[in-house]
Design a protein around this ligand. Structure first.
Ligand SMILES: C[S@@+](CC[C@H](N)C(=O)[O-])C[C@H]1O[C@@H](n2cnc3c(N)ncnc32)[C@H](O)[C@@H]1O
Length: 309
């Protein structure tokens, strides 16, 4: 079906356009992995946001007809998604994380960390919620983890750190959007460098952890995202090494460190065989996230000191 036929009425409802987009995405063999994992969800996200409807729209409302302007907009976005291989989140300027919407553009990675699930569970059973008064999100990007933590622990003060001034501009947009200016602070810092001797109950991080060879081989969609969000050096562990060796100086005695290392989990285990990493499990998918207590970090210092930059 050509674009004129679509505009002339062969497609008219939200449902029609979602199903048409799904078919186009399947035929074009685009890559999913930026918040959705299939063509139907990707198409639904694009269409629903364009027609200003909620993602949990009920069945009947799918019969709502699109205006001519909306039809053109949806068609253009679907074609752009295919031709330019941009993640849908950048095209609509929004991504969901832990059930809430975040503004995103090409200055930040599209939020998709499984850490969302841990936050919604208040990091239970690893720390008691009433003992959490300070949280650090290292490598915050859009601020999604920091802000989701603030929603989960409304009384806690949250520091959101990134080295990229561009990413922090996006983070500040989201802090405002979520009315968290009094609770979440965006800080420009190379990991812990500008944090002096501050200590936290929870340090959580989704740092760059992709090794150079793997980054180069990633599908085109990933190359629209900032390289700085992925690149963890030759081994993938450049930043993780520093986080491991310095985190204990910034954790309170009963604190926890939670870090996503994704595909670099195996390399990490080979490098630190003596460290008692606890690998967390996820009901809704994802892996490669470890947890260490402050006590375990202190005890493992001899292994980290030898390895860090
Ligand atoms: C994988 S992204 C994670 C973004 C966000 N936390 C999320 O989960 O969607 C990693 C982030 O680390 C930031 N980053 C890279 N090197 C850094 C460093 N040395 N210190 C602090 N942040 C850094 C990047 O700018 C990027 O925003």
């Amino acid at each position: 079906m050509n674009n004129q036929a679509k505009k002339d009425g062969q497609l008219s409802s939200i449902r029609d356009f979602i199903l048409w987009g799904e078919r186009r995405f399947i035929d074009a063999e685009i890559f999913f992995g930026h918040g959705t994992d299939n063509a139907l969800d990707e198409s639904a996200a694009l269409v629903l946001k364009t027609v200003d409807q909620p993602y949990d729209l009920d069945e009947e409302a799918l019969d709502i007809k699109l205006s001519e302007e909306q039809k053109e907009e949806v068609i253009a976005l679907v074609e752009k998604r295919i031709e330019e291989r941009q993640p849908a989140a950048y095209l609509i300027g929004e991504a969901l994380f832990a059930g809430l919407p975040y503004y995103v553009d090409e200055r930040v990675l599209v939020p998709r960390s499984p850490i969302a699930e841990l936050i919604l569970e208040h990091f239970s059973p690893w720390i008691a919620a009433d003992k959490v008064s300070r949280i650090l999100d290292l490598c915050t990007g859009s601020g999604c983890i920091a802000i989701a933590c603030s929603h989960a622990f409304p009384d806690a003060a949250v520091d959101a750190v990134d080295l990229s001034a561009d990413a922090l501009d996006v983070c500040r947009i989201n802090i405002e959007r979520h009315n968290k200016t009094d609770k979440v602070k965006a800080i420009e810092s190379d990991l812990f460098e500008s944090l002096a001797d501050q200590r936290y109950d929870v340090i959580v991080s989704n740092p760059p952890y992709v090794c150079t060879a793997e980054w180069e081989a990633l599908p085109e969609e990933f190359h629209h995202e900032p390289g700085m969000g992925f690149k963890g050096g030759e081994s993938g562990l450049d930043l993780v090494d520093t986080i491991l060796s310095e985190a204990s100086s910034h954790l309170n005695p009963n604190g926890i460190l939670v870090v996503e290392v994704g595909s670099s989990a195996e390399t990490l285990l080979e490098k630190y065989p003596m460290v008692p990493f606890c690998w967390l499990e996820f009901e809704f998918g994802g892996d490669g996230v470890f947890l260490l207590t402050a006590e375990q970090l202190v005890a493992s210092q001899p292994y980290f000191k030898k390895m860090s930059r």
